[in-house]
Design a protein around this ligand. Structure first.
Ligand SMILES: Nc1ncnc2c1ncn2[C@@H]1O[C@H](COP(=O)(O)OP(=O)(O)OP(=O)(O)O)[C@@H](O)[C@H]1O
Length: 259
């Protein structure tokens, strides 16, 4: 469970006033919920995820995970980044097993637990390959298996599929949905892709920008597994598009000025 209360974050800027990236952020994510945070580039999505991960500290307000204040990264919250950051000198199996080895888990158990997660992302045949022998989508699946093997209560995903081509992304949406249905992990998923947010989540929090705030919340009450043609998804997608249009206009005005 994640609770964010009155959170604000201001970054120091060269020569003058700080830049307020986040202001007055408040939301809760229940145990086992899949929630996306959606917003235009630069609205503070990654900063928010980093606060929950414990990689950054809030200047104002409070962040809680599983009833405890977040002050540092912890094994209950594991982050999957866009850049999978696998160790190139380790095989798929060794990459996935790495965290278990650090924890002192014996080799046999490491192997069993890692292979279970590798199979869950359909990479059973590739366990002995090295990262450079894999496609982008396969590497990202290894990153997901590596996070899941640690069995965290909360999975924090920062645009994990943003660098992938459309077909691969759709395939990974299906896999992640299945993983979520099987494990019921609490997932906080960051994206700027409306379709992705709506397809995957139970709830979408749409952010406004400068400063980043939660502008609106959408509940996605569509059947699982989600079908691309589902009219409920399309309806919410267009509502979110309307909500975001005003934000994008604001960003364009500030960035282009009167050009
Ligand atoms: N360490 C930092 N120091 C100064 N400013 C920062 C720092 N980290 C982020 N910012 C600024 O805070 C704002 C929010 O950044 P953040 O990366 O959280 O946005 P985002 O919504 O994840 O963007 P994107 O979708 O482009 O990744 C940006 O204007 C960014 O320049």
């Amino acid at each position: 469970m994640i609770r964010v209360e009155g959170v604000g974050k201001t970054f120091a800027q060269r020569g003058g006033a700080g830049y307020t990236a986040l202001e007055d952020i408040a939301f809760e994510i229940g145990k086992g919920e899949f929630v996306s945070i959606l917003g235009p580039s630069g609205c503070g999505k990654s900063t928010l995820l980093n606060l929950v991960a414990g990689l950054e500290r809030a200047d104002r307000g409070r962040v809680e995970a599983n009833g405890k204040e977040v002050t540092a990264p912890g094994p209950d919250r594991i982050v999957v980044f866009q850049d999978h950051a696998l160790y190139p000198w380790l095989t798929v199996l060794e990459n996935v097993a790495f965290g278990l080895k650090q924890k002192g888990i014996k080799k046999k158990e490491r192997r069993e637990r890692s292979m279970e997660q590798i199979r869950a992302v359909h990479l059973g045949k590739f366990a002995d390959r090295y990262p450079h022998e894999l496609s982008g989508g396969m590497k990202q699946r290894v990153a997901i298996a590596r996070a899941l093997v640690m069995d965290p209560e909360i999975l924090l995903m920062d645009e994990p599929f943003a660098a992938l081509d459309e077909q691969t992304r759709l395939l990974l949406h299906k896999e992640l949905e299945q993983i979520w249905l099987n494990t019921r992990k609490t997932i906080l998923f960051i994206t700027h892709n409306i379709r992705e947010a709506v397809t995957l989540s139970e709830r979408v929090l749409v952010m406004s920008t400068r400063p980043g705030r939660i502008k609106k919340e959408f509940h996605v009450r569509a059947a699982r597994p989600r079908e691309p043609g589902d009219s409920v998804l399309h309806h919410i997608e267009s509502q979110i598009m309307d909500t975001l249009a005003a934000e994008l206009e604001k960003v364009a005005k500030e960035e282009y000025g009167n050009d």
